[in-house]
Design a protein around this ligand. Structure first.
Ligand SMILES: [Mn+2]
Length: 361
């Protein structure tokens, strides 16, 4: 029995962040395209079921067009059973009405379960901010079966949207695999001696909050259950990945040395890149933001550059300038009772301001 655990597809996303208008359209379409690609993957790999663990849609009233496409994709895969719960983004929404699709199971706000075969059971609950008093009590899995439980919740802590579920309260409930949605980064842990919990993360990122490390992607878990044994593997699946890359600048690194550092980072055409430059540059060697942008033009899906560097000033040379506002200012600062650290900080900010540069506060 092969089962895909995925979550947070966010179809019809309102606010893809950090992109231009044209890129935003592509990224937005990719969120639903990824779902179609997921079904194609499931067909090719003879997957029996797909768990959609909440926030499948970004809004509780998605467009008719997206809903129709979503439904057609599911009806076009009659050999795959889809299990659905809603999340905080699409609270209360279900694309199918009762009995409309034989291969689609919607777990509403009370615990329910379905046997997939003579060994595997899938259960789930769609939850809102506060769990019903009966929530933990209502979880009812047969101890002799392989039990998967679907929830869209933060685990072991509340957040802005949910009061949270607690592993200690799920212990002893005969859960083997708790398939979670809501947290966009993949992550997992133990429930008790028997079960584990797992976040698949989102299928495709929608902001720099969903950034992945170099070499990694967003994706889903493929669970294979055989009797009492099971394995699960993470399958990287996203197309356009947000990546934050920090580059350290020192007074010795000139523009060409900086470009070499950037080129050494393995980035690709489908990456949404934020280059963050940190550190100090020499006074006559400011970061060449526009040249860096020009050099990298067209190499990534999207590029943004954050210049967080500050200037390393030669204060001594300013002190001796004649009839100079900068000299007056620097001498004043260094004659003050500030600590050495504060003197340097105030002097740097003051000189940046006097030179009309961005102030590195
Ligand atoms: Mn959510």
């Amino acid at each position: 029995m092969k089962i895909i655990h995925c979550a947070d597809i966010h179809i019809d996303v309102k606010d893809v962040r950090g992109l231009g208008a044209e890129e935003r359209k592509i990224k937005r379409n990719q969120l639903i395209q990824n779902f179609f690609d997921l079904i194609a993957y499931a067909k090719t790999n003879e997957v029996d079921a797909i768990l959609l663990c909440g926030d499948v849609f970004d809004v509780p009233s998605p467009s008719k067009n997206s809903v129709n496409l979503f439904k057609k994709a599911i009806l076009g895969a009659p050999n795959i059973k889809f299990f659905y719960i809603y999340g905080n983004h699409d609270e209360g929404f279900c694309p199918f009405s009762e009995g409309e699709a034989e291969n689609f199971v919607y777990f509403k706000d009370k615990f329910a379960k379905v046997d997939l075969d003579d060994n595997v059971t899938v259960g789930g609950v769609s939850t809102t901010r506060y769990l019903q008093n009966s929530f933990y009590y209502s979880i009812d899995f047969d101890k002799d079966r392989f039990n998967i439980f679907m929830l869209h919740q933060p685990i072991n802590a509340g957040d802005d949207y949910f009061s949270g579920v607690y592993a200690k309260d799920l212990a002893g409930k005969n859960i083997d695999y708790l398939a979670l949605g809501h947290i966009h980064q993949k992550n997992g842990g133990k429930i008790d001696g028997r079960g584990i919990f797992q976040y698949s993360g989102c299928l495709e990122g929608k902001s720099f909050n969903d950034a992945v490390k170099l070499g990694e992607k967003k994706g889903f878990y493929l669970i294979e259950a055989k009797g009492k044994n099971f394995r699960f593997d993470f399958i990287p699946f996203s197309k356009y990945d947000y990546r934050k890359v920090e580059i350290l600048v020192t007074p010795e690194t000139d523009h060409f040395a900086i470009m070499k550092k950037v080129e050494e980072v393995k980035l690709s055409k489908t990456d949404i890149v934020r280059l963050i430059f940190k550190g100090k540059h020499a006074e006559d060697n400011p970061l060449q933001v526009e040249l860096i942008r020009q050099n990298l033009f067209g190499k990534f899906f999207h590029l943004e550059i954050l210049d967080e560097t500050s200037t390393l000033f030669d204060f001594e040379s300013y002190k001796s300038e004649v009839l100079s506002l900068k000299s007056e200012f620097i001498n004043e600062v260094f004659a003050s009772t500030l600590s050495d650290y504060e003197k340097e900080k105030v002097a740097t900010i003051g000189l940046e301001a006097l030179k009309g540069e961005d102030i590195s506060l």
